[in-house]
Design a protein around this ligand. Structure first.
Ligand code: GDP
Ligand code: GDP
Length: 435
């Protein structure tokens, strides 16, 4: 399973700086998502081919009360479920009461954490760290996140060696299209899982995989194979009255990693909330195909429906390539047609395109709109080929491509997307320069 690294520490110690460093190095350049400039809490990293998930728990200040308490509770749950916990402190500020309280929290839940002393630049690292040794952590890393110093060697030690067989292993055990059903608590995930499996002509196979955190349910519908990844754990409950398991962000992130197509469920009665946007950001980072299911559409006033639709259109403006469905998991309306979106998304994510086709699209795009000049020379884009799938990667070769403006990259993305009829999945671009 994809390892999860949780960052904890009081405000200003450098968590988001470290988060950005860890999530920056991806296989391929991702076009910016202009609608998602909010601060991110979950990200995808890649160290020498080993993919991992990073969570900036953010919610521990060391002296929480009131609303902070709920955030702290969620942070602590993420800490408990993480593979690796990094406790960040500020090497310039020295040990503070807030640090000691967080260290206490960590001790109480019995989770092994590594101490990370940040901001060791411009001072003797050992002196910077000396203050913190009495917190009693077994392993300590000295880094300067802002300068990306010490970060790679820390990852090298923390991450398990790359397992090349992970993808093929998951794929062989769980046939067909893997659909992840994700969303916040109470949006209707369990109801949707039951509805999708309860349809006529669905044949659910015995599930061997119930020991996993999420439940993987292989089934067949209209002659096609699927595996549903059920983060709500419905099918593991013996009866419907059994207590609903607590929401787990980590289970959710791992389900996204394992899926081909993610159905993000939103509660129409609440509209889009920040956590929905964080999850969308993560799905895009992970390069997965996305379908938005706005649930509980039954029994809503026409004005409320208009308001929710307008909000979804506006806030998800940057996601116009993803299908949105307004459904009632409870009554089943709109659920069957989602399978059509699932098929389209899967085909887009796995599509294979010839080099001459991609190059022709590139050249057409250029003749419509030339790339700009830089230092008196025009940026040249010569040819394009495919570099991977799920998500599709398009590699573009040319000159001075480092200077290609974001707006032009988005223009290229939109053009390729339109011509190739790519639905649901982000497309990644890599630009290779001959000079
Ligand atoms: P967070 O609140 O824990 O997420 O902390 P931030 O990542 O926002 O960092 C807080 C401040 O510390 C910012 O002004 C950063 O630029 C600064 N900072 C982060 N890492 C370093 C570092 O390695 N060295 C120095 N000198 N400053 C840093
Ligand atoms: P989960 O926590 O995301 O798995 O959510 P559940 O499937 O357990 O649903 C939470 C609550 O919302 C339950 O009371 C459901 O009966 C209700 N619910 C789920 N889907 C719908 C729907 O389409 N319409 C209405 N009105 N209620 C729904």
């Amino acid at each position: 399973m994809t390892p999860v690294i949780a960052l904890v520490g009081r405000p200003n110690v450098g968590k988001s700086t470290l988060f950005n460093q860890m999530t920056r190095s991806r296989d391929a350049l991702v076009a910016d998502f202009p609608g998602l400039t909010r601060d991110r809490k979950y990200g995808e990293g890649n160290y020498e081919g080993q993919r991992f998930i990073v969570i900036d728990t953010g919610g521990l200040t060391g002296d929480e009360e009131g609303i902070d308490l709920e955030m702290a509770r969620q942070s602590l749950q993420a800490v408990e479920e993480a593979t690796v916990v990094l406790f960040l402190v500020d090497g310039r500020a020295g040990l503070t009461a807030g640090d000691e309280m967080i260290a206490d929290h960590l001790r109480k839940i019995g989770k092994k954490a590594h101490l990370v002393v940040n901001k060791t630049d411009g001072q003797d690292p050992d002196v910077a760290a000396a203050d913190f040794y009495r917190l009693g952590f077994e392993s300590t890393y000295l880094i300067a996140a802002a300068h990306n110093r010490g970060v790679r060697s820390m990852l090298e030690e923390l991450l398990p060696p790359t397992d090349e067989d992970v993808e093929s292993d998951t794929a062989s055990r769980y046939p067909g299209i893997r659909i992840g059903i994700v969303g916040r608590p109470n949006v209707g995930k369990s109801t949707l899982v039951n509805r999708m499996l309860g349809e006529e002509r669905v044949v659910v196979y015995d599930m061997p995989g119930t020991t996993r955190d999420s439940v993987y349910i292989p089934y067949e519908r209209q002659g096609k194979e699927y595996t549903l990844i059920d983060t709500a754990g419905v099918r593991r409950r013996k009866n419907v009255r059994e207590v609903v398991e607590k929401f787990s962000i980590i289970k959710t992130l791992q389900a996204i990693e394992d899926a081909h197509v993610v159905i993000l469920v939103i509660d129409a009665r609440e509209g889009l909330v920040d956590q929905d946007l964080h999850l969308i950001g993560f799905v895009l980072d992970a390069g997965r195909s996305l379908i938005i299911a706005v649930n509980k559409w039954d029994g809503m006033d026409p004005e409320d429906r208009d308001r929710v639709k307008e909000q979804v259109q506006r806030r998800l403006d940057f996601l116009d390539y993803a299908d949105k469905h307004y459904i009632s998991a409870l009554h089943g309306s709109g659920v069957g047609v989602m399978y059509e979106s699932v098929s389209k998304c899967y085909e887009s994510a796995m599509a294979k395109w010839q080099t001459n086709r991609l190059t022709a699209i590139l050249q057409d795009a250029i003749s419509q709109h030339q790339p700009p000049m830089v230092h008196g020379r025009r940026i040249k884009l010569r040819y394009a080929h495919q570099g991977g799938s799920n998500p599709p990667i398009i590699v573009v070769h040319g000159n001075q491509t480092d200077s290609l403006p974001g707006a032009y990259k988005r223009y290229l993305e939109n053009t390729f997307r339109r011509v190739l009829k790519v639905t649901g999945t982000p497309i990644r671009f890599e630009f290779k320069s001959g000079d």
